[in-house]
Design a protein around this ligand. Structure first.
Ligand code: GSH
Length: 195
């Protein structure tokens, strides 16, 4: 039985849910509240040492990193394949998912500057500070602090917006000659780009 630790608004969780759904796979859902800081609970960190969602459990084994989880699902559950059959097509899909992984920190900048910021600013300062201090990656911690403090005025914001505009342009150009980013059919690159 599959189990997914995830969050409704998290783009990385959405990527995996899209693939589970496309493959018709049922799973037990464990929602992690990223605002209250459940991703930092020691019990969860034992599953995901990066303090992030999603985490997939399959047959007692733990899988992290949304792109790698989706590749795992496509290999472990090959019915309804979500990647082209040929090596060149698979390489093209991996180029997209790699690009999207690289864009993800910029996605966090935009999300947190606009979305959860107002709620985070209403939290008691000691809760907000404890959660910030628990983010293991120093660069991510600094970006998060900056966007919570300054919102869309944060120095990181404009660059993050341009990174997304560049990505959308690149996607538009590719989709002039392709039906889907993954080739002839919806696949892992599309599941990664959509959220
Ligand atoms: N590279 C990781 C990134 C996961 C990630 O950053 N997830 C976000 C939600 S989309 C998260 O859990 N953030 C919690 C936090 O920043 O405190 C993956 O693809 O799984």
């Amino acid at each position: 039985m599959l189990e997914l630790y995830h969050n409704a608004a998290s783009t990385c969780s959405q990527k995996v849910r899209l693939v589970l759904d496309a493959k018709g796979l049922d799973y037990t859902s464990h929602l992690i509240d990223l605002i209250s800081g459940q991703q930092h609970d020691p019990e969860y960190v034992r599953l995901n040492p990066d303090h992030v969602v999603p985490t997939l459990i399959d047959d007692g084994n733990t899988y992290i990193e949304s792109t790698l989880i989706n590749e795992y699902l496509d290999e472990a559950y090959p019915e309804t394949p979500l990647r082209p059959g040929d090596a060149a097509g698979r390489h093209a899909v991996r180029l997209w998912t790699r690009k999207i992984d690289a864009l993800h920190p910029q996605c966090g900048v935009i999300t947190f500057a606009i979305g959860p910021r107002a709620i985070l600013l209403q939290q008691p300062e000691e809760v907000r500070e404890k959660n910030l201090a628990s983010i293991p990656d120093p660069a991510q911690r600094a970006r998060r602090r900056s966007v919570i403090e300054h919102g869309v005025e944060a120095p990181e914001f404009v660059g993050a917006l341009h990174a997304h505009l560049d990505f959308l342009d690149e996607m538009d150009a590719a989709l002039e000659s392709l039906a889907w980013l993954s080739g002839d059919a919806f696949g892992l690159a599309d599941a990664a780009a959509l959220p």
